[in-house]
Design a protein around this ligand. Structure first.
Ligand SMILES: *Cc1c(COP(=O)(O)O)cnc(C)c1O
Length: 397
């Protein structure tokens, strides 16, 4: 059994704050500070450029990729890290499209995160080969998979409602129709058990600053199924994805593994933070995380529905149909969230009317979720949100 009292002590949680936004930005892992200090002083400071070899900075993206791989059912050497998730979506989709050159449809859904859709549109425009981005409602994805579809570009867990797709069933359906799958695990990695191998997924991508606690702007990851590792074309063919970067050949030859999806020089400081953050997952069983996450979210929903009749559940009621987040609707959602934050309960707001809460058993307890629901009750019954100070929207909501 995972001991969540122990994992909680691995994070810095500001005194008095109830943090239900680890689905957007995980908290600071305490180990990160010492790790970064060491990289700054002993490695960069003392060893200078020698540290690429002596501290194996060059191997860091691969080591971190393998650690993420263990959390998502990916074998050693099948996950590359670096860049941002948006860039990794671009690479995965481009590589997947080259595997089905005769087909013209990229299928996604209206619950997908806008950046994924923008990237897909931009890529389609750049390729200029008659491709079409076809969007359907999340619940209609399965029916929309037919033999015109080249690639399905689906985010497993909906960032707004927490609705969760059935990755295994949709992948099987896509394969039966001859389509290639790209799964976005932004709200899955570290949130729910993922088994890319068992699901037979083709490509997957994700970020590490949400449930994996890698810090703001932490490097993203990309998975390529081993069967495509030597054929998937890395459209961003940078030198770090070359078979021999330090041969400085004039011609590009992709690395014979997922490493071909690396682009440029790895962000060593950010990778060091992420590496330290991943220490918190050592010995953690994702089945325990899932069971605890369901317990927390079910308790939170029950408390909020009993205390705040004006808030309408926007997430699936069945916990197995959700990821690890819960949203409620209210026309004054933005002001409500601002009032909550002013009262030390941190969640976030997603336009037009959703207040959103993430459940992260590594550092969030059942008492925390009940305490948060009580503050939300006070915000609602005392109309604390009804204050002009909470009406003006910040750039980041
Ligand atoms: C958070 C998120 C992103 C953000 O992409 P970045 O490039 O890291 O800014 C993209 N897609 C999905 C599905 C997300 O949830």
């Amino acid at each position: 059994m995972t001991d969540f009292a122990t994992t909680r002590r691995l994070f810095h949680l500001p005194e008095g704050v109830l943090y239900l936004d680890g689905n957007s930005l995980g908290p600071l892992p305490l180990a990160a500070e010492a790790r970064v200090h060491e990289v700054l002083t002993r490695e960069w400071g003392e060893q200078l450029i020698r540290a690429w070899n002596s501290a194996d900075w060059i191997g860091l993206p691969r080591r971190v990729g393998d650690r993420i791989g263990r959390l998502i059912g990916a074998p050693e050497g099948s996950v590359a890290t670096g860049d941002t998730l948006s860039v990794k979506v671009f690479q995965a989709l481009a590589a997947a499209l080259t595997l089905r050159p005769e087909r013209k449809v990229v299928l996604s859904d209206t619950g997908n995160f806008p950046s994924d859709l923008y990237i897909a549109s931009g890529l389609i425009q750049a390729l200029g080969s008659g491709l079409e981005l076809r969007l359907v409602a999340p619940e209609n994805v399965a029916d929309a998979i037919d033999e015109s579809v080249a690639v399905t570009l689906i985010t497993e867990v909906d960032y707004r409602t927490g609705r969760r797709h059935d990755m295994k069933a949709l992948t099987a359906k896509a394969h039966a129709a001859g389509a290639v799958t790209v799964w976005d695990l932004a709200h899955s990695a570290g949130a729910v058990p993922v088994d890319l191998t068992a699901a037979d997924a083709d490509f997957a991508v994700g970020c590490t600053y949400k449930y994996l606690n890698g810090g703001p702007g932490a490097p993203a990851f990309i998975y390529v199924a081993p069967r495509f590792a030597e054929t998937a074309r890395p459209i961003l063919s940078g030198w770090m994805g070359h078979e021999a970067p330090f041969a400085f050949d004039l011609d590009y030859r992709p690395h014979a593994s997922v490493e071909r999806m690396r682009v440029g020089t790895p962000p060593v400081l950010a990778l060091a933070v992420l590496d330290a953050a991943l220490d918190a997952w050592e010995g953690v069983d994702m089945a325990d995380v899932r069971a605890a996450s369901i317990r927390l979210s079910e308790r939170f929903i029950a408390e909020v529905e009993a205390r705040c009749p004006d808030l309408a559940l926007a997430s699936p009621r069945d916990p197995h149909a959700r990821g690890s987040q819960v949203s409620f609707r209210h026309p004054q959602g933005y002001a409500i969230m601002q009032a909550l934050i002013a009262n030390e309960v941190i969640g976030d707001f997603r336009a037009p009317d959703l207040i959103r809460f993430g459940f992260t058993p590594l550092y969030l307890s059942e008492e925390d979720t009940v305490a948060a629901a009580k503050v939300l009750e006070r915000v609602m019954t005392e109309r604390l949100w009804d204050d002009p100070a909470y009406a003006t929207r910040s750039k980041v909501t």
